[in-house]
Design a protein around this ligand. Structure first.
Ligand SMILES: [Zn+2]
Length: 178
C-alpha cells in the first residue's frame, strides 16, 4: 500500500508540476546604450515549448518572461547593425545557449559582448592614428576570386569564423583591426 501510495504521489507531482518560470534580462552594453536606444535590433529566443521574436530599439535593458514545462535548454540570438555618428555601420551578433536545471530561473545576457572592439564609438576612424581615409572594411565569409568589389575600394578578408567581438574596419597605416 505504501509503495502504491508513493507511486501515486510521484505520478501526481510529475504530471501536475507547474511550468517553470524563466526570466531573461538582455542588458545593453552601457557604452552603446545611446546608439541602441534609437536603432532596432533583432531578438530571437527559441526552445522546445516557447519562443519569441521581435525587432525593436532597447532602452538599457529588456526583460523577457517565459514559462516552460519540458524544455531543457533555450537559445537566444541577438543581432543588428548600428549606425555611428560618422554614418559608418557596425554589425553585431551575440548568441547564447542556456541550460534549464531547477524551478524558476533567471538569466542575463549582454548585447553586444563586452570587449574593446564593441565598446569603440569612433566609427570608421582609426583609434590609433585618428585617420579615416586609409580604412578598409573587414569582410567575412568565403571570398570568390571574381567577387565584385566596389570600384577603388579594397577589403580585409577575415575568413568564415565569427565571434561576438569581430572587427569591422582595418587601418592600412597601422595594420590595425578595429
Ligand atoms: Zn590608424
Amino acid at each position: 500500500m505504501k509503495i502504491l501510495l508513493s507511486t501515486f504521489l510521484l505520478f501526481c507531482i510529475s504530471t501536475h508540476a507547474p511550468p517553470r518560470k524563466i526570466k531573461v534580462v538582455v542588458k545593453i552594453l552601457p557604452t552603446l546604450a545611446k546608439l541602441v536606444k534609437d536603432q532596432p535590433i533583432q531578438i530571437e529566443v527559441s526552445a522546445k515549448d516557447f519562443s519569441y521574436g521581435d525587432t525593436k530599439p532597447i532602452n538599457d535593458s529588456l526583460v523577457l518572461l517565459f514559462e516552460s514545462s519540458s524544455a531543457s535548454s533555450f537559445d537566444v540570438v541577438i543581432n543588428g547593425s548600428l549606425k555611428y555618428a560618422d554614418s559608418s555601420e557596425r554589425y553585431f551578433r551575440t548568441g547564447s545557449r542556456f541550460d534549464l536545471h531547477t524551478g524558476s530561473e533567471n538569466f542575463q545576457m549582454n548585447f553586444p559582448a563586452d570587449c574593446t572592439i564593441n565598446r569603440y564609438l569612433g566609427g570608421k576612424t582609426c583609434p590609433n592614428c585618428k585617420n579615416s581615409k586609409e580604412i578598409i572594411p573587414v569582410v567575412y565569409g568565403l571570398l570568390l576570386p571574381d567577387m565584385p568589389g566596389l570600384p577603388g575600394i579594397d577589403y580585409y578578408p577575415m575568413g568564415c569564423m565569427r565571434s561576438s567581438c569581430d572587427p569591422s574596419w582595418y587601418c592600412k597605416r597601422d595594420s590595425l583591426l578595429f
